[in-house]
Design a protein around this ligand. Structure first.
Ligand SMILES: [Zn+2]
Length: 574
């Protein structure tokens, strides 16, 4: 996901008026807006997905339930082609139903916690003494962005704590340090921010990544910049390798018979629990001891007590189940068939999977609701479409963009070898939405100069709603990258951040309360207008030259040899 340095934005949308080309069908845009604003279903979709269905962790029963609901709902709206599109094994299935973490000594009190995905349940209540045994020191980067350093750290850790963890609850994170917030926690882009984004980055002087990728820059700005240019297959290889490396630690904690693991997180301003996984969804990896993420303030209290030599005892009860060792991944696909150019395809999508701490309302039920609503609008208006309009709701985005990458390999081409499929030729464009629930304010062009005038023109009827920015940069961290990787025009919408990064992204407060319905309505109208234009304009969306196949990877250092051969897809999909 993209993050720009932001200033306080004041709501107030305006932009310079340019003469509108006759190419934009204003009568259709007007009808689309009427459907989106006066007959909206978008909030209903959101409420179902987040409140009724709840979290949709990849490979979990909650995901499959939501996918079936999406198929049924699209069919009910008259989109008969809606279907599940299975793509092979996606990994271990896991879900949780309850958690209770209590301090027993030195004082009886409840602590706020969320289980970490793919870790074991407790099989009843565990009561055990607590030991502070952090993998990282206070001043170390807990992201461990250097795989060799992480491997060495795990080896040192094994020596340091041998025989000291048995039967204990292990505090594995470093102490969380708090800084007073220096930026507002909820932000809309101000006109000046959007203007800044219209300037391109300076060209890079050197390659900024290696292959296989073994480390990420420590500096946050450099890291974001690197992510803008590293091919998605190389990014995925890095994170799969990171998971395999952490499996060494998991095996050690199991061997040492640690009773449970407690962690906390460095994100946010406190009071919120951001939680993903400990252990991996990948089949063949070890299942960790029960592992929970504690609210950082509660975590720090435990650390302070232990540092004052006050013994701490906790009781932990987590109910978690593993319904299957190898669940099947499945995207949701639906189409409105084109008339004159039926074989040509314009596509939009959002990921349907989520993390499990909240209800995945902003990440990404909001995006799914917008995409389904855009499809409903196009169907309800019964617009004449030359090209086929296709919708994709992706599985497994949060664990490596697995659904969209599998789809692209199956239908469009292989991003490693650049062997292309026949459908590549007739595929026009893919639009993605996945940065929380904030209003769409523009589009990132992935440095494709040819689409700039097209998008500028399409934004004009939405200028008064705040959609004005054509941003000549790469967005990353979501599903459009799979399409971009095989040289197809694929774009992520630029959205207001609201409190996505400060509060809701992968947290226990990712709930419907943080969604502004009108923002979804505006995004759905704009997306429907984009799709209508792409489905009816004379030509396919202009393409950049095709990317080269990925080069042969360099050999891995000795210490990383068992994380998979360099260049082998560790988690092959599609
Ligand atoms: Zn997301």
């Amino acid at each position: 996901m993209i993050r720009f340095a932001a200033t306080l934005a004041i709501m107030g949308f305006c932009g310079a008026s340019l003469p509108l080309s006759a190419d934009v069908n204003l009568a259709v845009v007007n009808r689309i807006k009427d459907q989106a604003f006066n007959h909206s279903q978008v909030v209903d979709y959101l409420h179902y997905l987040a409140d009724e269905n709840g979290p949709r962790l990849a490979a979990s029963p909650g995901y499959r339930h939501a996918a079936n609901w999406a198929v049924d709902t699209l069919k009910r709206e008259g989109i008969e082609s809606a279907r599940l599109d299975p793509f092979g094994p996606i990994g271990r299935s896991w879900s949780w139903s309850s958690i209770a973490v209590q301090m027993v000594e030195p004082q009886v009190t409840s602590l706020n916690a969320v289980p970490l995905a793919w870790s074991a349940g407790t099989d009843g209540t565990i009561t055990a003494p607590v030991v502070f045994a952090p993998l990282w020191d206070d001043d170390e980067d807990p992201d461990q962005s250097d795989l060799v350093a992480l491997a060495q750290r795990i080896e040192t850790y094994k020596q340091q704590y041998a025989g000291k963890l048995a039967g204990r609850i292990v505090l594995l994170s470093p102490r969380r340090t708090f800084e007073l917030p220096s930026e507002p926690e909820t932000q809309r882009w101000a006109a000046a921010d959007l203007e800044d984004m219209k300037s391109a980055r300076d060209p890079l002087l050197n390659d900024v990544y290696e292959w296989p990728l073994l480390r990420l820059p420590v500096d946050t700005d450099e890291r974001w910049l690197q992510y803008e240019v590293v091919p998605v297959e190389i990014q995925s290889d890095y994170s799969d390798r990171h998971d395999r490396l952490m499996d060494r630690l998991v095996r050690y904690l199991n061997d040492e018979k640690a009773a449970a693991v407690i962690m906390t997180d460095s994100r946010g301003g406190g009071g919120v629990i951001f939680a993903e996984s400990f252990g991996s969804h990948m089949a063949g990896t070890s299942i960790p001891p029960p592992a929970v993420q504690l609210m950082p303030e509660h975590y720090n209290r435990l650390v302070r007590l232990l540092e004052r030599d006050v013994p701490v005892t906790l009781s932990v009860n987590v109910e978690a189940t593993f319904p299957s060792e190898s669940a099947e991944g499945a995207n949701v696909i639906a189409e409105l068939p084109g008339k004159g150019k039926r074989r040509e395809v314009v596509m939009m999508g959002a990921h349907l999977d989520s993390w499990h701490a909240g209800t995945g309302a902003t990440d990404n039920a909001a995006g799914v609701a917008v995409v389904m609503e855009a499809m409903r609008i196009l169907r309800t208006l019964n617009l004449s479409l030359d090209r086929t309009v296709r919708l994709g709701l992706w599985d497994g985005e949060e664990i490596g963009h697995l659904g969209s990458r599998a789809y692209v390999r199956e239908h469009l081409g292989n991003p490693v070898t650049m062997a292309l499929k026949p459908e590549h030729e007739t595929f026009s464009v893919y639009f993605n939405i996945d940065t929380g629930s904030g209003r769409t304010r523009g589009i990132l062009t992935q440095a494709n100069d040819m689409v700039k005038p097209i998008f500028s023109e399409l934004m004009q009827p939405f200028e008064e709603l705040g959609i004005t920015a054509v941003v000549p940069r790469n967005d990353w961290g979501t599903d459009h990258q799979a399409f971009d990787a095989v040289g197809l025009p694929a774009f992520d919408l630029l959205q207001d951040q609201l409190d996505y990064w400060s509060h809701t992204h992968h947290s226990n407060v990712d709930t419907v309360d943080h969604v502004l319905p009108q923002d979804l309505m505006v995004s759905a109208a704009f997306l429907a207008a984009l799709m209508y234009d792409a489905a009816t304009r004379d030509e396919l969306m202009p393409r950049e030259p095709l990317p080269q196949p990925l080069p042969e990877p360099q050999p891995l250092p000795e210490i990383l040899q068992d994380t998979g051969a360099a260049g082998d897809p560790l988690n092959p999909v599609g």
